[in-house]
Structure formats: structure tokens, C-alpha cells
Design a protein around this ligand. Structure first.
Ligand code: DCP
Ligand code: CA
Ligand code: CA
Length: 350
């Protein structure tokens, strides 16, 4: 039982949330059209702008021709990735088997979380509600017996959709889809299939006229994949991201130094950077490692471990600097490089 979630008109929806007066107006996120002269492309557009024919990947100059009065905004990747992170966190509270596919979509394996499709549907509804409350954004969810079905189902009722395809409904659901709805069939493959079958506007059910042998002959390994997908089959797994085990920062001095003030203040700012990054992981740390490379390139590390603790500046700098001072007094040589690293505890839910 797989759930696929995809955010609606993601970049543009985030911008609407930040600036509610944009709501209802055509809005394009992408490069600056500069009065229609510019190069560059549309990242995405809200549904009002799509009514003018504007779509993702289109030249921004073309979008400007189609709708000069639209609001054009630059891509604010930092903002979207913060939102993205928050959404994935919410999804991971539902199931630790979560695969992030891009900025705005992920799969969840619900097999161990839901007993049946009614429960899965409830989870889907709750998930949408949690995202709406926390981030004030709508999303579309699809649930099905594998990743392909879930993904196609999430497209079914966009925006703000929720589509459940029960196993018995799979063939009926997929048969009437266009071949282009099958992940892995792009415009080129579509053309080739149209040529082979002597027909345009191909539906998935039309593909059933092609035997496994014929498909493998024409498309190789991908042909076997198409054969299975045309029958609603997809056995790819939900791949969870391997969690970050440790995180660190280091810096090389322009000139090797023995100045304790420079060394300590550099170490302090490295510690601050590491703590800021480590905080985003929302996990405790168990070890701090200090790295020091001296003139002549030989490196030394010293580390301290403790019961799991929150990564705070006091902890990381406080413990790290003690290790550093140990290294400095032991070696008493000019320093070339300094670094500090923290090691996380394994989180239970992964
Ligand atoms: N994106 C991009 N360039 C593209 C396609 C997408 O920069 N050629 C970015 C902007 C989108 C985000 O990725 O907001 C997600 O892409 P989707 O394909 O999921 O499209 P949207 O979320 O914008 O719209 P939809 O509601 O159709 O999912
Ligand atoms: Ca999307
Ligand atoms: Ca997407």
C-alpha cells in the first residue's frame, strides 16, 4: 500500500501564502522577464496563469507574451526548501518508510501503518490536513498498490485531491489513462509506440496489444518495464534516504598561524555553523570531534563522547575547544586547518 503526495503548484503556492494579495492573480515564478527581452524559463505558475497557457519549463519571454500583466517573481529556493523540509517531516511522522522524490513530492509505504485501504485513505486525509494547518498549503494525494499507481492517482484530482485506487480497481483505472501518464514514457517513446501501433492518442489499454517479446525487441529492458506497467505492475520499493550520520565544518587559514586569538575565534565560528546545521536535523548528538592540521600537513583529531545531548553552542564549542587546546599544547606548531564535527545518535524511527 503506497501513498504518493505532491504539492499543488508548489513554488507559486508558497509565494501566494507569503503574499495573500497575489491570490486570484496570475502568478509566475521563474527568471525575470525584463519586459519580455530576457532569456531563462518559468519554474512554475499558479492556476490563474496556467489559464493563459503558461507552464513549467516554458521560455519566460513566451510567458510574458502570453500574459504580460501576470505577477513575475524570482525563485526563492531557500524558502521552498524550508517548506519542503517541514512537509517531509510531517510525512515521516506517518511512516518512516518515506522516499523524497523532489522538492514537492514523496512516497510513503503504508503497508505496516494501515490495515486496509479505508485506513490508508484516512491517513491520506489526515496528512493533507496536517500540511494545511502547519504550512497553509494544499497538496494532492494518491494511494494505490504500488508507486506507479499512487503517483498517477495523485495527479487524478489536482489541486487538493485525494484519490484511492483499490487493488481491484487498478486495471480499470490505468487502462483509460494516456500512455504519457506512465512514468518512463516520454514524448519520444510515445511517438515510437504510436508508430508501432499505427494509432495516435494512445491509451494504456492499447499497449496490451504488444507482446513482451515485441516490446523487449523494440525497447530492450525498458520494453519489459512498459509491458508490466501497462498491466498496473510496478515492484520498485520506497527507498528511504540514508540518514546523516555526522556533520562538520572546517577551514584552512590563508597563512599558517600560531595566534591563539585567531585560532579560538575561528573555532568559535566553525562551532556556531555546525550547531546551526545540526539543529536542523532535530536530533541529539553523542560525539564531538575536533580536527587540527599543522604545518607540514599532518592532521590530528581528538574526540569526546557522552550521553545523547542537544547540539548547543555551549556544548559543541565548550567541549570542542578543550579538545583543541589539548591538541595545540601537545603539538605547539603553527596551524594550517581547523575543523569541528558532531556525530548524531541514530534516530529510532528510521
Ligand atoms: N519546477 C521547476 N522547473 C520545472 C518543473 C518544476 O523549477 N520545469 C519546480 C517548480 C514547481 C516544483 O518544481 O513548483 C514542483 O513541480 P511540479 O511538476 O510538481 O509542478 P507544480 O507543483 O508547480 O504544479 P502541480 O500542481 O501541477 O503539481
Ligand atoms: Ca507539484
Ligand atoms: Ca512534483
Amino acid at each position: 500500500m503506497i501513498l504518493h503526495l505532491d504539492m499543488d503548484y508548489f513554488f507559486a503556492q508558497v509565494e501566494e501564502r507569503e503574499n495573500p494579495r497575489f491570490k486570484g492573480e496570475p502568478l509566475v515564478v521563474g527568471s525575470d522577464p525584463k519586459g519580455g527581452e530576457a532569456r531563462g524559463v518559468v519554474s512554475t505558475a499558479n492556476y490563474e496563469a496556467r489559464k493563459f497557457g503558461i507552464s513549467s519549463g516554458m521560455a519566460i519571454s513566451k510567458a510574458y507574451k502570453l500574459c504580460p500583466k501576470a505577477i513575475y517573481l524570482p525563485v526563492n529556493k531557500n524558502l521552498y526548501s524550508r517548506v519542503s523540509e517541514s512537509i517531509f517531516r510531517i510525512m515521516e511522522t506517518v511512516s518512516d518508510k518515506c522516499e523524497r522524490v523532489s522538492f514537492d513530492e514523496a512516497y510513503l509505504d503504508l503497508s505496516r501503518v494501515a490495515k486496509n485501504y479505508s485506513q490508508a485513505e484516512k491517513i491520506g486525509r489526515d496528512l493533507k490536513e496536517m500540511i494545511l494547518r502547519k504550512e497553509k498549503l494544499t497538496s494532492s494525494v494518491g494511494i494505490g498498490k504500488n508507486k506507479m499507481i499512487a503517483k498517477i492517482a495523485s495527479e487524478e484530482d489536482k489541486p487538493d485531491g485525494l484519490t484511492v485506487v483499490r487493488p481491484g480497481e487498478t486495471i480499470g483505472f490505468i487502462s483509460k489513462k494516456s500512455v504519457r501518464d506512465i512514468p518512463g514514457i516520454g514524448p519520444k517513446t510515445e511517438k515510437e509506440l504510436e508508430h508501432i501501433l499505427g494509432k495516435s492518442d494512445l491509451k494504456v489499454k492499447d499497449l496490451k496489444r504488444l507482446s513482451m517479446d515485441q516490446l523487449v525487441n523494440d525497447f530492450g529492458k525498458r520494453g519489459a518495464d512498459i509491458y508490466k506497467k501497462a498491466r498496473g505492475k510496478d515492484d520498485s520499493r520506497v527507498k528511504t534516504k540514508t540518514e546523516t550520520k555526522s556533520l562538520g565544518r572546517e577551514t584552512t587559514f590563508d597563512k599558517n598561524t600560531t595566534d591563539p586569538e585567531v585560532i579560538i575565534s575561528t573555532f568559535k565560528s566553525l562551532s556556531k555553523e555546525v550547531v546551526d546545521l545540526a539543529r536542523e536535523e532535530e536530533r541529539n548528538i553523542k560525539t564531538i570531534v575536533t580536527v587540527c592540521r599543522f604545518e607540514g600537513f599532518d592532521s590530528y583529531t581528538k574526540q569526546i563522547s557522552f550521553k545523547p545531548k542537544k547540539p548547543t553552542r555551549d556544548l559543541v564549542y565548550g567541549e570542542g575547544v578543550k579538545l583543541l587546546l589539548d591538541l595545540l599544547t601537545q603539538k605547539a606548531r603553527p596551524v594550517r586547518l581547523l575543523g569541528v564535527r558532531v556525530i548524531f545518535v541514530k534516530s529510532k524511527n528510521r
